[in-house]
Write a protein that binds this ligand. Structure first.
Ligand SMILES: Nc1ncnc2c1ncn2[C@@H]1O[C@H](COP(=O)(O)OP(=O)(O)OP(=O)(O)O)[C@@H](O)[C@H]1O
Length: 792
């Protein structure tokens, strides 16, 4: 009742004590708590309490301690003190009910407190439709704001809905919205109600926008957190439930199991640290994720590697010798070298040995020697082929960041070996490639370098693995394509091809017994005659090694085994020479490739190929022309030059050879080397070409039983060549009885088996004149033998 009475303007005296407020704005009709601490203000309140309890309240422009009238806003509020409490620190707590806006007209007194002449600001508005609409809008916004603030008190909303007067609604909402103090004063000073509604609407809209954005951000963050937290909580709950039930979390079990396996694998400290890190990551990943699988695979690799598993070496040299002999025929020098190697190993166990490299044509037993070494030493045997590898990552692995990454072949081989000291065969080291994907040879160097390979880092593993106990053996068909840096690290052991005699021995002593065993037959059931074996060697295979020989033998044994199994064969089978075509079909090669008769313009050369040695025929023909040299037969650059040199040499000898110079002027010389489709190169056919040309020009036939090799210079000097052993074996195989070779190659004959040397006459020459004398027959081709088209 009192309040209503006081609402009347006339009840407000013209002069009021003015309480300066710091950072507080009091609106009419609002009940607000105030703390009064300044001495002057306490005095003011005390005086008011003993009178009509009415006070004027105006905010200070700045919150100074002792304001002057100039520091005080002129628009304020008149209010009535509803309650006051004195606190022990002498401050007063007041509850003041705001009544109406006032305007300070003039300060009358400043001591003991401010007193001023005031005027009450009347507020009368007509509630137009516009005002009504603005009110409703404001209420809506207020409601919206309430919905965005979680702990918003509901009664504030209800109060707001119950306010009828537009000015009061604006004040109420401004009071309860997060406006800054200057904005609150601005609203107080906005006397025009419509304008006040507009301003409050503006501020409320701004506040709403801020709230909405904040809410959106909050929601997004919350969602993120919620997702991972939900999972975490669920997991924790599951754990708790499982614990309660006496079960173990399968995931935890898996991780524990992995940890135990890692410990059992005895990883070195650096690898263990990495493994622990990955385990930690694994425990935080969702099990179905791709990343989980990647990490799990990596850990499996770490577990499966033989970090601490070594086999014990058996260094009994006698036994090793027995094993090598048991598996291989002959190869005495090679075996001796291997035994020496093992003996040194025995004396010096930590020997950083040279890496052995077996070089030789296919099928000569390189791989099987490696296997025998492993067997003799009691080590595991693994083999990888390097043929055609161009990508360094094949050796060293891909980084784990690649999809589907795996360790390189070295580490894969080690895993296969299940021990860290296997005999590790690197096949076809001569076929390594290199391109933009890096140089595999460089990676291999690191593998083979005893100084570095105790800490070989595979890109996938990312931690070092000790390869120093591995015994590496490389194999190659040829030496010259092996990168020099690699070759430098290796000790080359050459295994040239076998002679027919040796092949016989291998077939009888090793291949046939082995094939019998593999087909489940006894030697009482089948026997090969020597002639039959020889026929197979000569007419069904043409190779330096014995791989095809073994295949053909297996093919015969298979057919016999089939017959026995079917019951069509009941007696011991003796494979005789005439039976061979029955089993293997018509012969594949004609034996004795040597020429059938002494011929003009055809010389027999000796060539060296990847499959061992071979003989080749050089044909020369004098045809009508203008003194040109025609070369055919896919000759390489070196061979072409060699042919030109040979021709020039022969030209310089025309007089000695009794050939007229005019003949050459009217003729071209055509040199051809069959087989035309196979590329040929090298300088060693020099003497052969010279012989063929000389024969063609002189019409003196070349002896068919002589094979020859040697590089030729313009002056006719004969220079040494390579591959003598293979060439001589090929000559022997082809049935030649004499071989002409450079004098400087005489030393190479040492490596040639006695049985071959016995059957061949060797001529060692220094000059091509000697070659012509040896190879050309004295008699000229008779007139009837002459081809009518030929000239000269
Ligand atoms: N001296 C030998 N005594 C007994 N068997 C042999 C002999 N040489 C080779 N062999 C046999 O010949 C077959 C082929 O040999 P191996 O596979 O070792 O050849 P390789 O030289 O490694 O050939 P490639 O270069 O093609 O790998 C094997 O079965 C092997 O046992």
């Amino acid at each position: 009742m009192e309040e209503r009475e006081l609402n009347q303007t006339q009840d407000i005296p013209e002069v009021l004590p003015i309480l300066p407020l710091r950072e507080t704005v009091v609106y009419p009709q609002m009940l607000i708590p105030l703390i009064v601490g300044r001495e002057k203000s306490i005095r003011l309140v005390e005086d008011a309490l003993s009178g009509n309890k009415l006070i004027g309240m105006c905010m200070q422009k700045t919150p100074v301690e002792d304001p002057t009238p100039d520091d005080i806003y002129r628009i304020g509020t008149v209010g009535i003190i509803v309650r006051s409490l004195r606190f022990p620190d002498n401050t007063l707590r007041l509850f003041v009910q705001g009544l109406q806006r006032i305007r300070v007209i003039e300060f009358l007194e400043t001591e003991p407190y401010f007193k001023a002449k005031v005027e009450v600001i009347e507020e009368k508005v007509e509630k137009t439709v516009e005002i009504e609409g603005m009110m409703r809008n404001l209420l809506n916004l207020f409601q919206k704001m309430a919905s965005l603030i979680p702990q918003f008190p509901e009664e504030l909303l209800i109060n707001a809905m119950n306010i009828q007067e537009p000015g009061r609604l604006a004040d109420f909402i401004a009071f309860n919205t997060n406006l800054n103090i200057n904005e609150k004063q601005e609203i107080l000073e906005t006397i025009d109600v419509k304008e006040r509604l507009q301003k409050v609407t503006y501020y409320l809209t701004r506040e709403l926008e801020i709230l909405e954005i904040a809410n959106k951000i909050q929601n997004e963050v919350k969602n993120e957190i919620e997702k991972s937290q939900k999972e975490y909580f669920l997991r924790q709950q599951m754990k708790a439930i499982q614990k309660e039930l006496g079960e173990i979390d399968p995931r935890e079990m898996e991780i524990n199991e992995l940890r135990q396996k890692l410990q059992e694998a005895k990883l070195p400290p650096e690898a263990m640290k990495e493994a622990e890190r990955e385990l930690e990551r694994l425990s935080l990943m969702p099990p179905g994720s791709a990343e989980y699988t990647v990490t799990r695979t990596y850990l499996d690799w770490l577990i499966s590697l033989p970090w601490a598993i070594s086999t014990e070496d058996n260094l009994d040299i006698k036994r090793a010798e027995e094993i090598l002999n048991e598996d291989h025929y002959d190869l005495e020098k090679v075996k001796e070298r291997i035994l020496e190697y093992l003996a040194v190993r025995k004396l010096k166990s930590d020997m950083k040995g040279p890496i052995l490299c077996f070089v030789g044509p296919p099928g000569v037993g390189k791989t099987s020697l490696g296997k025998s070494i492993a067997r003799a030493l009691g080590r595991k045997f693994v083999r990888i082929s390097l043929g055609g590898i161009r990508d360094e990552a094949e050796i060293r692995g891909h980084r784990r960041t690649y999809v589907g990454a795996l360790p390189g072949r070295i580490i894969q081989g080690i895993r296969k070996a299940e021990s860290n000291n296997p005999v590790f065969m690197l096949d076809e080291i001569d076929k390594l490639g290199s391109d933009f994907r890096g140089d595999p040879a460089a990676a291999l160097l690191e593998v083979l370098d005893p100084e570095q390979n105790n800490a070989f880092v595979d890109n996938y593993l990312g931690v070092p693995f000790d390869l120093s106990k591995v015994m590496f053996i490389a194999t190659a068909n040829v030496l010259y394509t092996i990168p020099p840096a690699l070759l430098d690290r290796m000790e080359v052991i050459e295994l040239p091809g076998y002679t027919e005699y040796q092949k016989m021995g291998i077939a009888k002593g090793f291949l046939i017994p082995r094939q019998l065993k593999e087909h489940g037959l006894e030697k009482e059931q089948i026997e090969f005659s020597d002639d039959a074996i020889r026929k197979i060697i000569r007419e069904y295979t043409r190779e330096a090694g014995v791989r095809n020989l073994e295949r053909e033998i297996a093919s015969i044994i298979r057919k016999v085994a089939k017959g026995i199994a079917e019951g069509s064969i009941t007696e011991k089978v003796i494979v005789k020479v005439e039976d061979v075509p029955k089993y293997l079909g018509p012969e594949k090669y004609t034996y004795g490739m040597k020429g059938e008769k002494d011929e003009v313009g055809v010389a027999t050369g000796l060539a060296w190929t990847e499959a061992g040695g071979d003989i080749l025929f050089v044909e020369a023909l004098v045809v009508e022309g203008k003194g040109n040299l025609i070369l055919t037969g896919k000759l390489g650059e070196v061979m072409q030059e060699s042919a030109k040199t040979a021709l020039s040499y022969v030209r310089s000898k025309l007089k000695d050879l009794n050939v007229s110079y005019e003949l050459l002027e009217k003729a071209d010389i055509h040199v051809h080397v069959p087989s035309g489709a196979i590329p040929k190169d090298g300088p060693s056919a020099g003497v052969t070409i010279a012989t063929a040309i000389a024969s063609a020009l002189t019409r003196r036939p070349v002896k068919k039983d002589i094979g020859m090799t040697g590089e030729i210079t313009l002056r006719g000097k004969v220079l040494p060549v390579g591959g003598i052993r293979e060439k001589v074996l090929a000559a022997h195989r082809a049935g030649l009885t004499a071989v002409i070779m450079p004098k400087e190659n005489k030393k190479d004959l040492e490596e040639i088996p006695e049985e071959v040397k016995k059957e061949i006459t060797f001529y060692f020459v220094e000059h091509a004149d000697e070659v012509l004398n040896l190879a050309l027959l004295e008699v000229k081709e008779s007139a009837e033998q002459r081809n009518p088209e030929r000239i000269g």
